[in-house]
Ligand binder design. Sequence first.
Ligand SMILES: Nc1ncnc2c1ncn2[C@@H]1O[C@H](COP(=O)(O)OP(=O)(O)O)[C@@H](O)[C@H]1O
Ligand SMILES: [Mg+2]
Length: 315
Amino acid sequence: MATAAIETHGLVKRYGEVTAVAGVDLTIAPHNIYALLGPNGAGKTTTISMLTTLVPPTAGSAQVAGYDITSQARQVRRRIGVTFQDIVLDPDLTGRQVLDIHGKLYRMNRQERKTRITRLVELVQLEEAIDRRVKTYSGGMKRRLELARGLLTDPQILFLDEPTQGLDPQNRIGIWNYIRELNRERGMTLLLTTHYMEEAEVLAHAVGIIDHGKMVAEGKPASLVSALGADVIRVHGHGDQQHFLHTLGTLPFVEQVQIDEHDNLVQVFVDNGNRRLVEVVQAASGNGFRVEDIAVAQPSLGDVFLRHTGRTFRD
Ligand SMILES: Nc1ncnc2c1ncn2[C@@H]1O[C@H](COP(=O)(O)OP(=O)(O)O)[C@@H](O)[C@H]1O
Ligand SMILES: [Mg+2]
């Protein structure tokens, strides 16, 4: 048995001319929560589809729970659960029917299904709604039902594709709590995808940032941020941006400058934000750039993305 829960080597998926996943290498330790973070179209769903054996890779290989996704797909399937981004639930079935059919599909006997469904419905707090038709459910309730379905077969590894997409903050935090509980209390390994930076930051032990089908950075969220070795001074304003930027470029403590035209925002990565604030303001005002707002911020995973891709990460 391999030591990693999930390991991929040069995983590639091409659809005709489109390369959805362009050679991804990742290793996920057992009992970890791993977030694959990236903008829309980055290749997250395609990666999960390959790892859950639903889509065959064009090239490369991967082991899940120690089994090869291509030659040992059945063994892989037996050990995983998966919930997808686009939830397909029959609106005319009740929540309980959805779970029961899923259990039958996996050849669980009646008693087993009954016991597990009762427990899971409790876990995701759907006791009151479980015998109602799915079409009466809110978005958050559908997600929770989908989560219960993914857990029905008691998987070692759970894949969650955008588990909180479209949910309001309260429901999002609810799902985060279930995810943490599954990880902490059962030692479950979780691979989730998200385009919400905050979700990766607060939830994951390790993050892989993916863009255009390629892994651009990987590690603990805090390590990725501290590896930037910098604070960010965010400057909003108008005026002669060119001169301002030029002057910034000559200052020895400035490590990188990023411009977001869209928001009239200049981000200055410096060794020490509080200490350099005044000098940055001077560089602006001395060069015809009017500062409307300026703040020192701790870099985020968004800044890690920026550093590696040169583009801003938009949720
Ligand atoms: N079945 C498919 N046929 C053709 N192109 C696809 C297919 N699935 C995904 N793609 C393309 O692959 C890229 C990655 O898609 P996807 O994995 O869904 O990204 P994400 O989940 O990160 O938003 C996108 O450009 C998408 O249009
Ligand atoms: Mg997706």
